[in-house]
Design a protein around this ligand. Structure first.
Ligand SMILES: Cc1cc2nc3c(=O)[nH]c(=O)nc-3n(C[C@H](O)[C@H](O)[C@H](O)COP(=O)(O)OP(=O)(O)OC[C@H]3O[C@@H](n4cnc5c(N)ncnc54)[C@H](O)[C@@H]3O)c2cc1C
Length: 397
């Protein structure tokens, strides 16, 4: 592919850069800047989303009739690159923008597109993803949350788990079993559920970082209008796969840049830390680990270009997104492990300790990175997808 940008695209980059300079919170990304947490972090993301929307930087590649900008995939990539370069906050409605919007565009009726897409962009309605259940994570096809079609309503009963942002979401994409007698992937439907419907209960789950990103969700005789069925009755598996392909594939390009910045920060940390009386970056073993991380990053960059090229040609990401998912998640874990090793005994000091190195931020990202190889499908599952759907290898079981 041609990796150079046209003069118009370069001008577009300057426009994005100017927006970032003028709109990021004061001191953002500078050493010593304290990132807000909890409710303050959510408020910051909401405000950031409002600014992005006002400036036309959300849903950029979405069609204009649904509130998008009709921008090219290249402009979208430039925006993502610039946002990653300054480590801009994520918009509050990541699930809506990356997962729900593209899925509704692919499978929704005209009425559903007009009803839901503009409010995803404006951030007025936040979404969560109700797929995983206590006994259906990797094997999503085993899901048991039941929806019975009675008249023109589905009546939903069951439980979901690990639902990110369910505690602040207005709507949920919910995969449910509508035909228990059909083979397991054929009896599933995909519903759009208003989280304020009576019978929906959300209970928080606390993570080892101390944060609270996700929840359990319980459905007790929850009534969902038939008009909120996305795609065909019992055809929800295909709709769900569209969601998962978008979850794994589209953001690879920006992810590369984010981890390139993490790598640079890791090298900086190594220059400051001592090992056997010398700077850690002079230690041959550390140098090898840093070199390996750099090589892995370059691999990720080219795989990201390939995924991006695929999107340019076909519009939707394919199973190849699994390759970049494995690369970035495992690389991020290795880089964070190295950050811990570089700090030696001080790696035990977390946020809040006055002696914690860089205010304990590596300790937080180290703990958070453990989830990277689980969320959006585990590494084992991604390897299965690559083996079967990218390489076409036969199943061994
Ligand atoms: C931070 C975070 C956020 C999340 N957010 C959401 C969300 O918003 N919505 C949502 O629906 N879900 C969410 N999840 C859930 C996530 O999708 C699941 O955790 C994931 O799919 C794994 O399912 P599981 O936890 O049930 O593990 P299991 O499926 O029980 O897997 C356990 C282990 O067995 C391995 N394994 C399972 N099957 C196979 C196989 N066929 N071959 C080889 N190995 C296998 C797995 O790789 C894993 O190591 C989130 C998870 C995390 C960590």
């Amino acid at each position: 592919m041609d990796l150079s940008f046209t003069p118009e695209e370069e001008r577009y980059r300057q426009r994005v850069r100017k927006f970032m300079e003028e709109n990021l919170p004061e001191g953002w990304g500078k050493p010593g800047f304290k990132q807000p947490s909890g409710d303050a972090a959510i408020e910051l993301q909401r405000e950031w989303t409002r600014r992005l929307h006002k400036a036309g930087f959300l849903g950029m590649a979405w069609p204009k009739e649904y509130g998008g900008q009709g921008a090219s995939q290249i402009e979208l990539a430039i925006f993502n690159e610039e946002a990653a370069r300054v480590r801009a906050p994520n918009p509050i409605n990541g699930v809506g923008l990356i997962l729900v919007g593209p899925t509704i565009m692919s499978h929704g009726t005209e009425e559903q597109k007009k009803r839901f897409l503009p409010k995803i962009l404006s951030g007025e309605e936040l979404w969560c993803q109700g797929f995983s259940e206590p006994n259906a994570g990797s094997d999503l096809g085993s899901l048991r949350t039941r929806a019975e079609l009675i008249g023109d309503q589905f009546v939903v009963n069951g439980q979901k788990v690990w639902t990110t942002q369910a505690h602040i979401a207005d709507w949920c994409i919910l995969m449910v079993r509508t035909d228990p007698t059909a083979p397991k992937h054929r009896g599933i439907s995909y519903l759009l559920v208003d989280m304020k419907t009576p019978g929906v209960t959300v209970k928080p789950l606390r993570q080892m970082t101390g944060g609270h990103e996700f929840n359990e969700m319980f459905f007790d005789n929850v009534r969902v209008p038939r008009t909120n069925l996305l795609g065909e009755l019992n055809g929800g598996w295909r709709v769900g796969m569209t969601t998962l392909m978008n979850e794994r594939g589209t953001s690879a390009f920006a992810v590369w840049l984010r981890y390139r910045i993490t790598f640079d920060e890791l090298v900086e940390l190594g220059r400051k830390q001592l090992r056997h009386g010398r700077r850690a970056t002079e230690d041959p073993v550390i140098r090898q680990q840093l070199a390996q991380a750099y090589i892995d990053l370059e691999g990720l960059r080219y795989v990201s270009y390939r995924t991006f090229s695929q999107i340019l040609k076909g519009g939707t990401p394919g199973p190849e997104g699994s390759i970049s998912k494995i690369l970035w998640s495992e690389l991020n874990q290795r880089m964070n492990e190295l950050a811990m090793a570089l700090q030696g005994p001080a790696s035990q000091l977390v946020r809040g300790s006055p002696h914690a190195i860089e205010e304990g931020r590596w300790q937080f990202t180290f703990l958070r990175s453990r989830a990277n190889t689980i969320e959006a499908g585990t590494s084992e599952i991604q390897r299965n997808i690559i083996a079967q759907r990218v390489l076409g290898l036969p199943r061994s079981y």
